[in-house]
Design a protein around this ligand. Sequence first.
Ligand SMILES: [Zn+2]
Length: 198
Amino acid sequence: MAWFSALFGTKRETRRTAGKANGMTHLIAELHSGDEKARADAAVRLHEHPSDQAVEALGKALSDESQDVRDNAAESLRVMIVRGYRKIAPAPLIDALKREPRRVALRSCLRELGFEHKIEEVMQQQFRDAPKYTARCMPFGCPKCGMQITRVPSWPESGNSVPFYAQGDLGQSGAYHIEFVCPACKKQVFVVWDSDPR
Ligand SMILES: [Zn+2]
């Protein structure tokens, strides 16, 4: 959804200010120092300029503080690759994947570029860093980053058969809960049950 609102929300505005002649230079400048909307829009539109400069700028944008900008930068790189532009160093993509292992566009980029094995390495690293995550659970998505979690530090015996919810905070908590740190995003995650899962 963020992708579409970023694209359609600011398209006309940028068309008005971006001159055709210096389109790419303008977009890179926007991506470096624009406000969030301008950066997100520049990240979308840079896929129209496959080149070293655009790839470098998009690579940096993969660590932008804004989720929209990061999403759009990954998607632009993916589009470039799919259209046949392959001069893309994998390092920024791999670093970004370490931070956001579930980001589909990053995975697609690496797969298309022939670095499928790097995706596996990153996933294994997530769990090497978390030696206490030994209890199997019914897989669920981290509420903070979306990574599929299949192991947790501990899991009640009937945890899978009693309905549970993964939440980013305790808020409207169920009667029973566990908490742990997501091995991917390192943020606190709560799994709650309304009935006793022990
Ligand atoms: Zn997470």
